[in-house]
Design a binder for this molecule. Structure first.
Ligand SMILES: Nc1ncnc2c1ncn2[C@@H]1O[C@H](COP(=O)(O)OP(=O)(O)OP(=O)(O)O)[C@@H](O)[C@H]1O
Ligand SMILES: Nc1ccn([C@@H]2O[C@H](COP(=O)(O)O)[C@@H](O)[C@H]2O)c(=O)n1
Length: 198
């Protein structure tokens, strides 16, 4: 039975950083599910057809990390048929041995509700904006407004809104550096795995 780690949280909270580190540490597969929505939005045209015909190569587009691609992704992510078209791929990914780490907005609530480890990663709006602005070479004030708009859209949509699963463990990275945030996540995975093995 593959071991699934579900990581959710708002934009630029540090989900992907933790997810990549956990996958490397435990030898698991990793899927940044935000890329599916970014690639669907970037394809243009009818978003439902774009999601249904998404190919692995579409995820390698160099422009997907931009703020514009993030905004477009959050708009098409509110369409239930788009989410439905991307569901099977994510569940198949999560079923790979020996385990998988998926990060996004609805992994613990919708995609993998039975995951033994669910993390909900947050950081203050200010910290997230500063980190993302530094990453993209953008203006922190503009970035703050963009992140808040995206979080609001993601939290308020009717289908699979951004929210913690009832059994998720909260990690606030506001005052943690990357190594500290990863250490907290590793400790939680090891806690659950040691219980599962005993
Ligand atoms: N604990 C931390 N301390 C300092 N910087 C961090 C920390 N965690 C992540 N970062 C940096 O913050 C930025 C956003 O992190 P990351 O990409 O992991 O967030 P995310 O939640 O996956 O974002 P998105 O929702 O857009 O996919 C990156 O530049 C990353 O290097
Ligand atoms: N499971 C997910 C993942 C992402 N989204 C939407 O995509 C946008 C971009 O995601 P990033 O993680 O790359 O920032 C995000 O704002 C969501 O609208 C989603 O709905 N579900």
């Amino acid at each position: 039975m593959p071991f699934v780690i579900a990581i959710d949280g708002p934009a630029a909270s540090g989900k992907g950083t933790i997810a990549r580190a956990l996958a490397a540490r435990f030898g698991f597969h990793h899927l940044d599910t935000g890329l599916l929505y970014r690639a669907t939005g970037a394809k243009g045209g009818d978003p439902i057809s774009a999601a249904a015909t998404l190919e692995i190569g579409d995820l390698a587009r160099p422009d997907l990390r931009s703020a514009e691609a993030g905004q477009a992704a959050s708009q098409i992510a509110a369409i239930p048929e788009v989410r439905q078209a991307l569901l099977d791929f994510q569940r198949r990914f999560a079923a790979q041995e020996p385990g998988a780490v998926l990060d996004g907005r609805d992994i613990g609530t919708v995609i993998c509700p039975d995951a033994p480890v669910k993390l909900y990663v947050v950081a203050s709006d200010q910290v997230r904006a500063e980190r993302r602005a530094a990453e993209l070479g953008a203006d922190p004030v503009e970035m703050l407004a963009q992140l808040q708009e995206r979080d609001r859209r993601d939290s308020e949509r009717a289908t699979a809104p951004l929210k913690p699963a009832d059994d998720a463990v909260l990690i606030d990275t506001s005052t943690l550096d990357i190594d500290q945030a990863i250490a907290v996540a590793v400790a939680e995975v090891e806690r659950v795995r040691s219980g599962a093995l005993s």
